[in-house]
Design a protein around this ligand. Sequence first.
Ligand SMILES: [Zn+2]
Length: 250
Amino acid sequence: MVENELDPILALLDRTTRVAVLTGSGISAESGIPTFRGEHGLWKQFRAEELATPEAFERDPGLVWEWYDWRRGIIGRAEPNDGHRTIAAWQDTFSSFSLITQNIDGLHQRAGSRGPIELHGNIWKMRCLREGTVTECRDVPLPSLPPRCPTCGAMLRPHVVWFGEALDQDVLEGAFHRAAACDLMFVVGTSALVHPAASLPLAAAQAGAKIVEVNPDPTPLSRSADFVLRGKAGQTLPLLQRKIIDKWKS
Ligand SMILES: [Zn+2]
């Protein structure tokens, strides 16, 4: 990426621009979190697609929890990067700002983001199978598997969306509402392949927003994006932030 590629984006941004950001696994990969899918996602002899399902949990909740416990260990040791930190700073840079993420690792919150819309849930949260109540627990490793609800003793499940499960309707509606209400949407580190998350940039564009893709690799979104920044989030976003601040100071 060359620096003057940022100029047209910079020209669109001022304090009153309504900005939305959609993030995916790419920004977490920059923090060393593997995608847990495909060849590199193998744990023991299992693939993510064989473990992150309601059927797998019904068959063997202990095994599924053992895998989540292992993943929580990896995620717990990872640190947010400058991409996460820049996105957190944008809450106070723009008068209207929304963050929507496909990631379940909670790195945005650790970087300082307040209340991101988490499309696929959060690996640090658990849900009671009997009551549906959601609690947060950051213990690594978990003291006993599978964990039990502190209130009623029923089994807990990870508060994440599994393969074959629908996204939470309220969460999804909130995300589409934010997408339709922005002037500029940054799509960061996501291949924009998995629906319904992939429809968010389209919803934003239909409502008149400009789309900026931030990704080291081409994606299906690249052709329809208004601007493409080929680079890592941890490098591209801080550079843009510095230029925004310089421009507003002058
Ligand atoms: Zn309970």
